[in-house]
Design a protein around this ligand. Structure first.
Ligand code: HEM
Length: 246
């Protein structure tokens, strides 16, 4: 915790010193640092209040905002310093990407609620009879399983739509593939949790994959821009005389 906090502080200070290149990056990074303090403190509250429901969800959302803000800052700086170029994508693909991002967030909140129930079952049964916990989960678990399926379908649609347009920069294309792979792994981890009585080692894997998926989706959204209107894009070419050299 200490070392990641320090690394974030150094990054934020460096971004502040380079603020003439990008004004938003230091704001994002200092906000992320503030969130880092809040999320760490919330983590302590979560443990002290014996995993009180809601606290886990607030803790999770704080952590995701931290990841999101930092990823946006990284993508902006990389694009502004020429390390990467933003991808130009059609507005349909942008909409799909936004929908996947929102649904992923909903799914993570639902999953956190499922986890709250699991923790409650663990506490009240003194960690006994793990294999009976899944069957004791309430409706939210059914919703979580349905949304998982919907998210995979929407993710696939966004993947295809992003690939159907202009040629994508290679880093962006890798992130596009990562969404598909992460969704598959996340779904598989969920099935393993459900079928094999919540293996303890798979619990953090399922959560980590969700956080990485969220970060990748934010990177795709921040690293793309809408294709300019065809009219504007073709205007300069139209003004060239027909016999001018290429
Ligand atoms: C595909 C997208 C999915 C996402 C983004 C997602 C996300 C999450 C998250 C963030 C949690 C909370 C984990 C924690 O706080 O430790 C969770 C819990 C859970 N999810 Fe999913 N999930 C997905 C799919 C599934 C599927 C397909 C299943 C079952 C077939 C499933 C079963 C579960 C179970 C059983 C828990 C409670 C696990 C625990 O005790 O840690 N999930 N999910």
């Amino acid at each position: 915790g200490m070392s990641s906090g320090l690394a974030m502080l150094v990054t934020a200070v460096l971004a502040f010193r380079q603020r003439s290149r990008d004004r938003l990056a230091p704001v994002l990074l200092f906000s992320a640092l503030g969130l880092f303090g809040f999320v760490s403190w919330m983590g302590k509250v979560v443990v002290h209040t014996n995993l009180e429901p809601l606290n886990i969800t607030v803790h999770m959302l704080g952590a995701l905002a931290l990841v999101g803000g930092t990823v946006v800052a990284i993508v902006r700086v990389r694009n502004r310093t020429g390390v990467t170029v933003p991808a130009t994508v059609g507005s349909g693909a942008r909409w799909l990407l936004g929908a996947v991002l929102v649904l992923a967030l909903v799914q993570i909140i639902l999953g956190t609620q499922v986890r709250e129930q699991i923790d409650h079952l663990g506490n009240t049964s003194d960690d006994c009879c793990r294999d009976t916990w899944i069957s004791q989960l309430t409706g939210i678990f059914t919703v979580h399983r349905f949304t998982a399926w919907a998210l995979c379908m929407l993710g696939l649609a966004a993947f295809l739509a992003l690939g159907a347009g202009d040629k994508l920069p290679s880093h962006f294309n890798r992130l596009r593939w990562a969404v598909l792979i992460l969704l598959g792994m996340e779904y598989a981890a969920g099935v393993v949790l459900t079928r094999w009585a919540l293996p303890a080692a798979v619990q953090p894997v399922h959560m980590m994959l969700a956080a990485v998926l969220f970060g990748v989706l934010v990177a795709l959204a921040a690293g793309s821009r809408r294709r300019p209107l065809p009219l504007r894009a073709s205007a300069p070419a139209d003004t060239l005389p027909a016999d001018s050299p290429p």
